[in-house]
Design a protein around this ligand. Structure first.
Ligand code: FA5
Length: 346
């Protein structure tokens, strides 16, 4: 039996010496030292040995096993080192090569306009407020003096979710929310930029668009404040030479109400294709807050007056940046978006 053990060990040592890679070593380990390996088979035969022989054979097997284990481990280390050197050589990083270009995203034109408007109004002491896009009929219409069945509702083709809930058609819904939330009934000065939704879709109308609402409530607020504010607003955004024109209009929540046009910034008011030869572009709805709306939302119309305005941010961005189709704003086309990277028109 000793002879058999010695032979096994000698064969194993020879095979280890000839092994060309880590896989071969793995096979050798299994073949000789594994559970079903040759040494295990020998040990199984020990039951037939005398009690004197058993420890001698057992000790011998263990000694060879240890020796083989050490030889295999040593050789594995050599292979690992060789592999590492090969990788270091082949996968060398040349730090002097020019780096791959990192492409940076750019700010969306709508966000540029929103941020510019927010900066301006915050500098004038306004708070920036938001409200839910999934709105109730109550806030979107009823508390704005548009009871159910009011014909002016037809002007805003809406996405109703239930009979009570709809996607808000106008940021004016936040007017009522802001007035009710102000339990002390102190003056209000807010702007509300946000998404709005209507069932419309063409080059100048999108089913989802953005508005910014303005609301000021205080004692002795007059139309002059509204005019002055909108002049500052439009001149900052579209250029110092911008003129405003107020045309009488109708909104149930303001009285009097106006459509506000700005002089065409492209032709300076002379008439061009952008302003359809009129010299003016309609950009805002505005007016003095209707006494009913003040009353309905807890403000005393005898004490307070206010003005409100609402404008489409998408249209503003189109005019500011010369974008011809509103839908470009929502297509996420990088070729379109990256044009605004370095751009800022004043
Ligand atoms: C309103 O939405 C009023 N809430 C504005 C207002 C506020 C009046 C406060 C008085 C006081 P109007 O429906 O006209 O008004 O919309 C305002 C602006 O939103 C429009 O001038 C236009 O720029 C923009 N707009 C309206 N519908 C769309 C649409 N489908 N796609 C893109 N922009 C739109």
């Amino acid at each position: 039996m000793e002879e058999q053990i010695k032979n096994i060990a000698e064969n194993a040592i020879k095979e280890i010496g000839n092994a060309q890679n880590a896989n071969a070593l793995y096979d050798i380990r299994v073949k000789y030292l594994g559970k079903k390996g040759e040494f295990t088979a020998v040990l199984r035969g020990m039951k037939d040995l005398s009690s004197e022989q058993r420890p001698i054979i057992g000790g011998m097997v263990n000694k060879y096993k240890e020796e083989l284990e050490n030889l295999i481990t040593e050789k594995e280390k050599q292979f690992a080192e060789k592999e590492l050197q090969r990788k270091l050589k082949e996968e060398k990083v040349d730090v002097t090569l020019p780096s791959t270009k990192v492409t940076r995203g750019s700010k969306h034109p709508l966000n540029r306009v929103i941020e510019e408007i927010e900066d301006l109004f915050v500098s004038m002491g306004y708070d920036v407020v938001d409200g839910p896009e999934l709105e109730t009929d109550e806030y979107c219409f009823e508390r704005l003096n548009l009871p159910k069945g009011h014909p002016a509702r037809d002007m805003q083709d809406s996405f109703y979710i239930t009979t009570e809930y709809l996607l808000r058609t106008q940021t004016s819904s936040v007017q009522a929310r802001a007035m009710l939330a102000n339990t002390e009934k102190t003056p209000i000065r807010i702007i509300v930029p946000g998404k709005t939704y209507r069932r419309e879709d063409d080059a100048t109308h999108s089913h989802q668009f953005n508005q910014v609402e303005g609301l000021v409530i205080d004692e002795n607020i007059t139309l002059a404040h509204l005019k002055g504010t909108l002049e500052v607003f439009m001149r900052k955004l579209l250029g110092e030479k911008t003129e405003l024109r107020f045309r009488p209009s109708y909104f149930p929540f303001t009285e009097p109400s106006y459509e506000v046009d700005v002089s065409c910034f492209k032709c300076g008011g002379k008439g061009c294709n952008l302003c359809k030869q009129t010299g003016w572009i309609e950009l805002l709805g505005a007016g003095m807050v209707h006494p009913n709306v003040l009353k309905m939302n807890g403000y005393d119309p005898e004490k307070y007056t206010g003005f409100a305005f609402g404008t489409g941010l998408d249209r503003l961005a189109m005019f500011k940046y010369g974008i011809t189709d509103m839908r470009y704003l929502y297509r996420n086309d990088v070729r379109f978006l990256k044009q605004f990277d370095q751009m800022d028109i004043d």
